[in-house]
Design a protein around this ligand. Structure first.
Ligand code: BGC
Length: 756
């Protein structure tokens, strides 16, 4: 970062500080500062700098001489990564480092349960501690901006409120159990294509209202100890040296007291990074090693700054007690208590989208059930690039069915299609042609087998979807169609036997046009962890009622989704004028954040977020674009009745809390959980708003016939907007409509109140 730029930004953004600490968070980590002063006073410059970069792939240095232990990182976010070689990406081949594979982010989010997120964090922390780790590289809480995003399965939701509640739960669960979190990837890492070069061009309001809230909530409400800076740039500055994000917002406004580590290989400078607030360069020492010592000696970085960065690391080190080497790795990482949590999360995450009376499965007279689809036996703990768990075990859907009803049904299986395997590696044209011919033959053979089985069965369980080679870190999907010709296969199956229940084990939205039409029931069962197959079988046979709700919208077609509809993604197609206009219309403060010499232009490395806050359902609702399945939707095996929506008052001041009550009754014959959702629509606002926004929700278990009165709260301050003119949160005191429903597309009750 050039000095001139720092000055421009500092001048423009000083007012931002004014909005600081709306909540006045003070990190508990500050309690260690006195003790830390004593430690720092004994350290040499070399020792200090030694703490500011990697020692090994997943370790950064302490100070042995002073009894300060190294910091050991456990890659997450959905299971503790196997023990790695100190300087490479290969595992060490241990036996005891087999961990529990927890359901991935979108599955956790589909529970709509902060309590589940808390338990999840508890389980992750216990396994991290068994392995002697201090900081878990998770939760991954970027907003799911594009349905094709390679890491949608790791991230939580398209909605900031749902993401925030879960991020807080996960963080508290981890940190209450002795480990630190590392919130990632801060910020705006919403695509994988070009993630290491892309520059996100975004206005302040969308950034504050949509993309930053999960990070803010986990810092302010759960005192998160760690943050990982993202690979990308935001408005011209790399995230690892982004003064606005790291210094002004994270530390000064939100009161973050912990340490920021770079994403692996995501550091780009010495002076800029250290001054903006990066604490540890991972997994190298290219910029924060000797180069930093040289910069201090040359007077470009003061020792005060070095001390501050060291202090922030030491705070975390003192808060998290190191585990002595002789105590770590004594037991198998995965243990029954954590496996139980994985089951519980999975069992609450499965989303039933359609059911024409075929579920729960009827098992009289030992029916023949044909399980068709390679996803029935596909392992989801690893595959593709990036996050993966060397899991102790993973119950696949086919195994789950055999476990639960192997004696009550005749289960027959056909693979149906050849699953996608790794997309990495290059092939010659001859190899490709040969593969194509072989594939045609296999496809024919697999289809025939599937059709034969289908003809014999009473019911077909088509188990398809993506897998970890399809949804992967490092690249986005090109489309959202079911891979491996699944649409064609299921069409053919339907001609032979229309009694189809489709289960998709995907972590992100798929195009459902074909499967939805030909299936009598349709479920999403995610990349659902160690116990995923058992949970799915329990739902299919009715041992439990499905109770997951979509954490994202499933569009009719990919092109309807906002970044695609506006031509913002994929980048490169975009007309240069659009960029020019955006920049000329943008508020001066934002404009000046954009590096002068990098005026945005049509370039695959410029990601324009001109949809602003209209992400996910906010776009579909506001623009009245029909969807396949709305955000928040999911059926159960029972029915619920919503009645008597009341508020404690009719008029609310800006510091009040709106208290809503609503009666919910299970009017069916089976126990089930309902997720009541409260959206807010503004009636006569002074600024533009999305048609509606999720502001409260509650997951409630109800026995048959049982009624409960739910109490939900919305602090009026949570209805503020980010005013780009004054760079502060501002009130839009207007009439609002409170909409209570079972999804963004199924509002049951409404009530108007006034904000004054
Ligand atoms: C990912 C991070 C991960 C790190 C270490 C990076 O490529 O973006 O999420 O924690 O690698 O494995």
């Amino acid at each position: 970062m050039r000095i001139a730029n720092i000055l421009v930004i500092a001048a423009v953004l000083v007012p931002l500080l004014g909005s600081a600490a709306d909540k006045g968070h003070k990190s508990t980590l500050l309690q260690y500062d006195k003790q830390i002063d004593g430690i720092i006073s004994q350290m040499t410059l070399d020792e200090k700098v030694n703490m500011l970069h990697a020692k090994f792939m997943f370790v950064s240095d302490g100070i042995e001489r002073l009894g300060i232990a190294d910091i050991k990182y456990a890659d997450g976010p959905f299971g503790i990564r196997e023990e790695m070689q100190p300087k490479g990406w290969a595992g060490l081949g241990w036996e005891t480092d087999k961990a529990t594979f927890f359901p991935t982010g979108s599955a956790l989010a589909a529970t709509w349960s902060p309590e589940m997120a808390y338990k999840y964090g508890t389980g992750m922390a216990r396994e991290a501690r068994l392995r002697g780790k201090d900081m878990i590289l998770g939760p991954a809480i970027n907003i799911q901006r594009i349905p094709t995003g390679g890491r949608t399965y790791e991230y939580l939701s398209e909605d900031p409120f749902l993401s925030s509640r879960l991020a807080v739960g996960y963080t508290k669960g981890v940190q209450d159990n002795g480990a630190a979190v590392c919130l990632k990837h801060y910020a705006l890492n919403n695509q994988e294509n070009n993630r290491g070069t892309v520059n996100v061009i975004i206005g302040e309001r969308a950034m504050r209202e949509i993309y930053l809230p999960p990070f803010r909530a986990a810092v302010e409400e759960a005192d998160a100890y760690g943050v990982m800076s993202a690979y990308n740039k935001v408005n011209g500055f790399w995230c690892a040296e982004n003064d606005l994000l790291l210094h002004k917002i994270l530390r000064q406004e939100w009161g973050f007291g912990g340490m920021v580590i770079s994403d692996w290989g995501g550091t780009h400078s010495t002076v800029g990074s250290i001054k903006s607030g990066l604490n540890v360069e991972m997994p190298d020492q290219k910029y924060l090693g000797q180069a930093l010592i040289d910069s201090v000696k040359a007077g470009k970085v003061s020792e005060e700054i070095i001390n501050q960065r060291v202090r922030e690391i030491l705070r975390v080190r003192l808060a998290i007690k190191p585990i002595p080497a002789e105590k770590a790795n004594k037991e198998m990482t995965s243990q029954p208590a954590q496996q139980k949590i994985a089951y519980e999360v999975a069992s609450k995450s499965i989303v039933l989208l359609k059911n024409e009376g075929v579920l729960p499965l009827k098992l009289e007279n030992k029916p023949v059930i044909a399980v068709i689809g390679a996803n029935a036996t596909q392992i989801m703990a690893s595959g593709g690039l990036g996050a993966g768990v060397k899991t102790l075990y993973e119950v696949t859907p086919l195994e789950g069915l055999k476990n639960r009803i192997g004696d009550k049904a005749e289960i027959i299986f056909a693979k149906g299609y050849e699953p996608v395997t790794s997309r990495w590696g290059r092939k010659t044209p001859e190899q490709l042609e040969k593969e194509k011919q072989e594939k045609e033959l296999t496809t024919q053979k697999l289809t025939n087998e599937a059709l034969e089985l289908a003809a014999k069965a009473k019911v077909i369980l088509f188990i398809g979807g993506d897998n970890r080679s399809v949804e992967t870190e490092g690249s986005d999907r090109k489309d959202i169609f079911l891979p491996s010709g699944q649409d064609e296969l299921i069409r053919k199956i339907a001609e032979v036997n229309p009694n189809i229940v489709t289960v998709l084990t995907s972590g992100a939205p798929n195009d459902l046009n074909v499967v939805n039409k030909v299936s009598k029931a349709l479920l999403i069962s995610w990349f659902n962890g160690t116990e995923g197959g058992n949970a799915l079988a329990d739902v299919l046979v009715g041992n439990i009622s499905p109770s997951g709700r979509l954490p994202f919208t499933i569009p009719v077609k990919l092109e309807d989704s906002p970044a695609y509809a506006l031509g913002n993604y994929p980048q490169g197609k975009k007309n240069a004028d659009v960029f020019a206009n955006l920049v000329s219309e943008t508020d001066p403060a934002v404009k000046s954040q954009i590096k002068k010499e990098e005026t945005p232009k049509a370039d695959p490395n410029n990601a324009l977020y001109s949809e602003e806050s209209l992400v996910g359902y906010r776009w579909f609702d506001t623009k009245k674009v029909p969807v396949m399945y709305p955000f928040g939707s999911g059926l159960t095996y029972t029915t619920f009745k919503y009645a008597n929506l009341k508020t404690d008052k009719e008029k609310y001041g800006k510091n009040d809390v709106i208290i809503l009550t609503v009666e919910l009754k299970n009017t069916g014959k089976i126990a089930a959980d309902e997720v009541a959702q409260v959206y807010v629509h503004r009636i006569n606002p002074k600024v533009e708003w999305p048609q509606k926004e999720l502001k409260a929700f509650s997951r409630v278990p109800l026995n048959p016939g049982e009624s409960k009165t739910l109490k939900l709260e919305i602090p009026v301050e949570n209805l503020r907007f980010w005013n780009e003119k004054i760079h502060k949160w501002d009130d839009d005191l207007c009439k609002i409509e409170l909409m209570v429903g079972a999804s963004a597309g199924d509002i049951k009750l409404k009530k108007e109140v006034t904000l004054k």
